[in-house]
Design a protein around this ligand. Structure first.
Ligand code: NAD
Ligand code: LMR
Length: 338
């Protein structure tokens, strides 16, 4: 043996496993960057039938990496086989937008995927299941998935805004001329869409108020906020495809922090609203949380300035519209809670 004390094997599912995000993500999961270097895993790779032959190539490459932690690989287009016994499900598989589209334009093609996946997870996943939704529109897809998986506490379903948080952190560090880890308490509120609100009113740079350090409100409102809101579109325009390496990095960052704990660092993630901050219960709205390890705690009672409140309200309204557009996929029992 390697002399290491290995934990019991964990089953980890990734949908859209032949897609571009997965191509960056799978090797990082497989070498332990996300769940730990002492955590053996079985990878469950899910795809649609048309992409199974491409997926076969991805499986070959994963085998050829000879990752010590990988105890097995399941590659399938069958949801019940793919999600059997999984404790972590990363739902990446969905259509990406192309230039000129908003992410919510994907609802009609992608929403149904998440209803079907919720049902299958409900039937066959492990009791300790955690779900992280990346496929767009991620917040509302997480709502649909949770609503169709009543066996699990909705709190276990998260949607990704970590990429937006990372984008904001980078921009602040660049502007302040400091190191990335010196920037903390950046918040991304709301939807992973162009209405999101990257909020630095509580952020700190080297422990001091980021706003004081930056000392340029015009830059914050007229450059930073719109740039973060439009960054996904900017990448699509430049690359001809949506962000993949950075999206994979954000998945690893969030799930690592969630799983192992993030100390006193704040993380933003889309989770079911508990009604605080004026957000309707049951909307998947991105808020700041602390990660003690294996779960999250909402950061409550932050003072919200008028400008922030109006930005947060725009995103709330958009999420209500998205929810109303997919009511047919939300079972009545779950809908009654909203
Ligand atoms: P891609 O087209 O390269 O790959 C998606 C893969 O998903 C394809 O291989 C496709 O066959 C597969 N797929 C489609 N439906 C599926 C289903 N029902 N089950 C299993 N697999 C299925 O796209 P990508 O660039 O990897 O992006 C994937 C999704 O992630 C897109 O919706 C994109 O908009 C979104 N995204 C979200 C964020 C975020 O921050 N939340 C960031 C980047 C991308
Ligand atoms: C991103 O933020 O880069 C992704 O959500 C892809 C997109 O459509 O913008």
């Amino acid at each position: 043996g390697s002399g290491k004390d290995w934990l019991p094997t964990l089953h980890v599912a990734v949908t859209g496993a032949a897609g571009q995000i997965a191509y960056s993500l799978l090797p990082r999961i497989a070498n332990g960057e996300m769940l730990g270097e002492d955590q053996p895993i079985v990878l469950h790779l899910l795809e649609v039938p048309q992409a199974l032959s491409k997926l076969e190539g991805v499986v070959m490459e994963l085998q050829d990496c000879a990752f010590p932690l990988v105890q097995g690989i399941v590659a399938t287009d069958d949801l019940r086989k793919g999600f059997a016994d999984v404790s972590v499900a990363l739902l990446v598989g969905a259509k990406p937008r192309s230039q000129g589209m908003e992410r919510k334009d994907l609802l009609s093609s992608n929403a149904n995927i998440f209803a079907e996946q919720g049902k299958a997870l409900n039937e066959v996943a492990a009791n300790d299941l955690r779900v992280f939704v990346v496929g767009n529109p991620a917040n509302t897809n997480a709502l649909i998935c949770a609503a169709n998986a009543p066996r699990f506490n909705p709190e276990r379903f998260m949607s990704m805004t970590r990429l937006d948080q990372n984008r904001t952190q980078y921009m602040l560090a660049e502007k302040a001329g400091c190191k990335i880890p010196e920037v903390d308490r950046v918040i991304v509120w709301g939807n992973h869409s162009s209405t999101q609100y990257p909020d630095i009113t509580h952020a700190r740079i080297k422990g001091e108020s980021a706003r004081k350090v930056i000392n340029d409100e015009k830059w914050i409102r007229e450059v930073m906020i719109p740039k973060v809101q439009q960054r996904g579109a900017e990448v699509i325009k430049a690359r001809g495809a949506s962000s993949a390496a950075s999206a994979a990095a954000a998945v690893v960052d969030h799930m690592r922090d969630y799983w192992h704990g993030a100390g006193d660092r704040w993380c933003s993630v889309g989770i079911p609203s508990d009604g605080t901050y004026g957000i309707d219960e049951g909307l998947w709205y991105s808020v700041p949380v602390m990660c003690p390890g294996g779960h999250y705690r909402r950061i409550l009672n932050l003072p919200i300035e008028e400008f922030s409140a109006s930005m947060m309200e725009k995103s709330r309204k958009e999420l209500v519209e998205e929810r109303d557009a997919v009511r047919h996929l939300i079972p009545k029992e779950f809908g009654e809670k909203m």
